[in-house]
Design a protein around this ligand. Structure first.
Ligand code: NAD
Length: 352
């Protein structure tokens, strides 16, 4: 049974990946997470009692703790998702992003390398370090064009700059030390268990509370959306079949303006949880985010042609499932709403 060390597994995408690895793959998972505001062990409740799942609370920036973890656990692979992940928060406080995303990744790479060089040759061959990154490293697109794996990096926000830096470190550890790394750059994810600072869960929670739905500028910025289960499946596929040293773009082929996303959510809520006035009456345009990238769009042909991965959930179907999930999990929602509201103004910004 392959042992996979997953960092950031109490977060949105990490928890989906862990749930899939523990239940659908022949894997045992050691999940490492500091449990910052966005980490939530309740998202692992469906797998917490499984014998092939174990949680270790630790900081990826802690060299001693990371080194010990590798020595103790002897993993066959690492999937690195732990990060500060919210663009607005990176504008308000960039240094935490540099610390976690850049230093944390460097510490993890060094700890992985120290373990990898002394492991048995057969395991050295098969060991993998998969770094999970974002399409935001490529900067902004105009009306036309798609990001390919060859698109030069041009990050705009402290978040995307810190992720870009971490990608470069991962490449350097491959080129310089031969550590068998892989990188994925994925578009915006959505789905169950997402912390309500991001656009879709923020709008669902605000709408259900009858609060304004804050949309940046005119809502014309465009993002490509991918259902989180499809992303986790792509990560599993890259881990199993990806070529060492390579980068794979992952996208949903579902470009939507922010306003379209919010309007579609309102229509779904009108149907699934009707109220007196249509939910769209809550939409409120607010001052745009500084340095707001206009459009992101992904060319995912490499992963599709080389590994046979395709998204399976359409945006409309995924959004319906997501809204239903939030409606059916009031306990999870109330717990997370408490965490979100403690953070000043969190539910008043649009989210990314
Ligand atoms: P998230 O904020 O939901 O989860 C991040 C997790 O990392 C949390 O559980 C948090 O507790 C943990 N963490 C933070 N700092 C830590 C530290 N110092 N040590 C250990 N754990 C720490 O984020 P997410 O949306 O699930 O994103 C996961 C990864 O995927 C990130 O690397 C992000 O850059 C990348 N990504 C996200 C998206 C998206 O749309 N959400 C898209 C592409 C790539």
């Amino acid at each position: 049974m392959q042992k996979v060390l997953v960092t950031g597994g109490a977060g949105f995408i990490g928890s989906e990946l862990v749930r899939q690895l523990v239940t659908q793959a022949e894997c045992s998972v050691v999940m490492v997470d500091l449990l910052t505001y966005s980490g939530n062990l309740a998202s692992l409740a469906p797998v917490a009692a499984r014998p092939n799942y174990r949680f270790v609370q630790a900081d990826i920036c802690d060299r001693g703790a990371m080194s010990q973890l590798f020595v103790q656990e002897q993993p066959d692979a690492v999937v690195h998702l732990a990060a500060e992940s919210h663009v607005d928060r990176s504008i308000d406080g960039p240094l935490t992003f540099v610390q976690t995303n850049v230093m944390g990744t460097a510490v993890l790479l060094e700890s992985a390398r120290a373990y990898w060089v002394q492991t048995a040759p057969a395991k050295q061959q098969t060991f993998r370090f998969l770094h999970v990154s974002t399409d935001e490293v490529y900067g902004a697109l105009g009306e036309q064009g798609l990001f390919t794996e060859q698109t030069p990096y041009a990050p705009s926000s402290p978040y995307s700059a810190s992720k870009a830096a971490s990608d470069h470190l991962v490449r350097a550890w491959y080129t310089t030390y031969g550590l068998p790394t892989l990188i994925t750059n994925c578009s915006n994810n959505y789905g169950p268990y997402q912390f309500p600072e991001k656009l879709i869960p923020l709008m669902i929670l605000n709408a259900l509370a009858g609060k304004p739905l804050p949309v940046y500028g005119q809502g014309s910025n465009v993002r490509d959306w991918l259902y989180v289960a499809d992303h986790a499946r792509a990560l599993r596929q890259v881990l199993a079949q990806g070529q060492v040293g390579q980068t794979y773009n992952i996208g949903g082929g579902a470009e939507r303006s922010n306003l379209t996303v919010v309007q579609t959510l309102c229509t779904l809520l009108d149907e699934l949880q009707p109220r007196e006035k249509p939910y769209a009456s809550l939409i409120a345009f607010v001052q745009d985010r500084p340095g707001h990238d206009f459009r992101y769009a992904i060319d995912a042909s490499k992963i599709s042609e080389q590994l046979g991965w395709q998204p399976t959930v359409s945006f409309e179907q995924g959004l319906r499932e997501t809204v239903k999930w939030y409606l059916q999990h009031p306990q999870w929602v109330e717990q997370i709403r408490g965490v979100a509201e403690q953070r000043l103004g969190l539910l008043d910004k649009q989210g990314a």
